[in-house]
Design a protein around this ligand. Sequence first.
Ligand SMILES: [Zn+2]
Length: 189
Amino acid sequence: MGPKMEDATMTYRVEDVSASTLPVLYAPRPKPPIGFLLHTTDGKDSLAWLQGGSARAGKPASADFLITKLGKIIRVVPRGTHSYHAGVCRWRGRIETGNLVSTLLVGIEVENADSQGEEPNEEQHRAVAALLLVGASKYAWSPLCGFGHYGLAHPMGRRSDPHAWDWGYLAWLMAHAKDSLRLIGDAAF
Ligand SMILES: [Zn+2]
């Protein structure tokens, strides 16, 4: 992934569509999140699935945010709630069969057709970096806690996403782009 940070400040927008997301897909977040869990959708036009299609298909799951292929940031569930995005996870020496991990970590879905060999693009990496910088400021994340779904999902191998995510590039963007990535629109968190 070739960095192109000679660009001027990049601005990312947040669109809040949570009013039209099925309430069965989220619940009040009991405590502020401590970091994030990253996913890829393995599909296109993922918003409809995250807003209710998953529940209608009998597999209710969603995300707090969706990053589109154009790098637009969509808030899927209402502020102050958490989506059900993690499922059963290994977490700090325990198997968490409830929703603890979904409440602790902000769920970010990156739209990507994993099975077709698609890879998350530069705009999507930048959008995630911008979103996380805002979250880090809002919640005083120090250190920032962040995982890929494959790293926590139980049993091991249950999930393989996020597919082809460039963690190094994300870290580089966050380390070097604090003043060059901006987030506007509805307050993200
Ligand atoms: Zn996932």
